[in-house]
Design a binder for this molecule. Structure first.
Ligand SMILES: [Zn+2]
Length: 83
């Protein structure tokens, strides 16, 4: 197949956009439950959801939200009767 420069340019543009795509606070907030749950079961949430991790590192508001959620989830976990 022939790669014409125009297509190549478009592809690079798409790849670049994908690479720099960042979550907004709303998007981060939508994902944060899942992120916390992955973390709670002892898996690497940062690996599973790198965009959320990335946002949490840069956004104080969402990090506080996430930390509060983790505290709440851990608390709920302790309250749960053992089966
Ligand atoms: Zn945020």
């Amino acid at each position: 197949m022939t790669l014409n420069p125009e297509i190549l340019k478009k592809m690079v543009l798409i790849l670049t956009n994908t690479h720099v795509s960042e979550l907004s606070c709303d998007e981060c907030f939508d994902e944060i439950d899942r992120f916390a749950e992955i973390e709670l079961v002892g898996k690497s949430a940062a690996e599973a959801m790198p965009l959320v991790q990335d946002h949490l590192e840069r956004c104080q508001d969402c990090r506080e939200e996430y930390e509060a959620l983790m505290v709440a989830l851990k608390f709920m976990d302790q309250e749960k009767p053992a089966e």
